[in-house]
Design a binder for this molecule. Structure first.
Ligand code: NAP
Ligand code: HSE
Length: 438
């Protein structure tokens, strides 16, 4: 077989990992692909940036047109982030007859419908194992290995950066900003890390998994998405004290013909498998009607774990597996949408944290608002503070954290509570609300 000629579009964290794997493990990869794989072009913006990989002269270029115009390039490995440029490039590559491998979940989440439609029209393929959970083969598992099942639920840790931050904050007591910088240096975070910590990245991955599992396209705006960026160490410590770990959980469940979906920092019982996933690891619990519950776990971000998934897709394309499976995928097609449970009807138990002035009657006001809105309290935690005359200074303005665990209630009721709490002058700082997984 002649070599498969490919172009890497983007040679950042993932792209340079893919290049190194293809070059350093060329014998193993050629054997599995049934032919050698030649990197003919690598497109970047800045030719002078160090890449950590040696490419033959003439391969590195800033000219995407040199890929589009080269009929010998069969596969374009699209590893630039963001949406707008990536979308334009993807259309041009498909129109030029290239099969695509990509890790860009933001692009697939936002424009998957049009891109998959175009690829099907042109008889091309799009492979995207690396777009969800990095090195964990969850796309393959849900779309092929579990194909006999009606999926009933997916509960997952899908953002490595957030999980890394939560783990480091709790175990090393390191400040949020310091750990976020470390996640960027380790290559886990997106170019704009706001997407990692505000829940968007996990929500984009959940949308793709929901497409695969339920054949329905749910926009990001149709379900609650909350990140870890409003949490404080005190939340992680209080959860720990109560026997829970805080995890950014992405959940979709099929309940009475409706989908319940959310991405939220969630209290998970410390003895559950999801609670034990640390660092940049991801875990996906998938429940099917025939198989029951299955668990998939591994590195969800980082250079080589992600490159592992990208290179597997290149091999699949080389041997022709992608051409067989892509047309059959129930993904981004016109089909009857399943309704999504409205946000205000989602019913869970909740952890609520308030920062209040440390003086009489303050908690009574909060309890009154919760009670009048039908929110029942399961427990209240306030740590003892010094007697006013023993406190260092400014006792009148001292504040204290109060944590309330509720019985099962709806988000609608808690939103009504929030509106009333906004009017209290005795509350200070951010209020934190996290559901409890059950
Ligand atoms: P990155 O380090 O920021 O690299 C992006 C690369 O794309 C850079 O080489 C950049 O060129 C190039 N690029 C950007 N815009 C371009 C344009 N308009 N034309 C040509 N080249 C352009 O990003 P990354 O971490 O490798 O992530 C790449 C994709 O994989 C993203 O969609 C990300 O969401 C996804 N992903 C990442 C991970 C991870 O762990 N990092 C895991 C799974 C999926 P310069 O280097 O010259 O600036
Ligand atoms: N920024 C992403 C994460 C990369 O931290 O999970 C993997 O998609």
């Amino acid at each position: 077989m002649p070599p498969l000629k490919i172009a890497l579009i983007g040679l950042g964290t993932v792209g340079s990992g893919v290049a190194r794997l293809l070059i350093e493990q060329s014998e193993r990869i050629s054997r599995r692909a049934g032919r050698s794989i030649e990197i003919r072009r690598a497109v970047v913006r800045d030719l002078d940036k160090p890449r950590g990989v040696e490419l033959p002269a003439g391969v590195l270029t800033t000219d995407i047109q040199s890929v589009i115009d080269d009929p010998e390039i069969d596969v374009a490995v699209q590893l630039i982030g963001g949406v707008d440029d990536a979308r334009t490039v993807m259309h041009a590559l498909l129109d030029a007859g290239k099969d695509i491998v990509t890790a860009n979940k933001a692009l697939l989440c936002e424009h998957g419908f049009e891109l998959f439609g175009r690829a099907r029209e042109l008889g091309r393929t799009i492979s995207f194992e690396a777009a969800v959970a990095g090195g964990v083969p969850i796309i393959n598992a849900v779309s092929q290995s579990l194909a006999a099942n009606q999926i009933l639920s997916i509960e997952a840790i899908l953002n490595g950066t957030s999980n890394f931050i939560l783990t480091e904050m709790l175990t090393k007591r390191t400040a949020y900003d310091v750990v976020l910088r470390e996640a960027q240096e380790l290559g886990y975070a997106e170019a704009d890390p706001a997407m990692d910590v505000d829940g968007t990245d996990a929500a984009q991955k959940l949308v793709i998994l929901t497409e695969l599992a339920f054949g329905t396209n749910v926009p990001l705006t149709a379900f609650p998405v909350q990140g870890i960026d409003t949490l404080d160490l005190v939340d992680l410590l209080t959860a720990d004290e109560l026997g829970y770990r805080v995890k950014l959980l992405a959940v979709v469940k099929l309940l009475d013909g409706q989908l319940e979906m959310h991405v939220q920092p969630t209290l998970v019982r410390a003895d559950w498998p999801l609670a034990k996933v640390d660092g940049a690891f991801n875990m996906i619990a998938v429940e099917g009607d025939a198989v029951g519950r299955t668990w998939f776990s591994g590195a969800g971000a980082g250079q080589f774990p992600t490159a592992s998934a990208v290179v597997a897709d290149i091999i699949d394309t080389a041997v022709g597996r992608a051409a067989l499976t892509f047309p059959q995928l129930d993904l981004f097609r016109e089909q009857a949408a399943l309704p999504v449970l409205p946000t205000e009807k989602i019913s869970r138990r909740y952890y609520l944290r308030f920062t209040v002035e440390d003086r009489p009657h303050v908690f009574a006001e909060i309890a009154d608002i919760l009670g009048r809105n039908g929110v029942s309290l399961a427990s209240i935690i306030q740590h003892e503070t010094p007697e006013p005359d023993e406190a260092p200074a400014a006792t009148d303005e001292a504040t204290v954290s109060v944590v309330v665990m509720t019985h099962r209630t709806t988000l609608g009721k808690l939103q009504a509570v929030d509106a009333e709490l906004d009017r209290l002058t005795t509350l200070h700082g951010p209020r934190v609300r996290m559901p409890v997984a059950d």
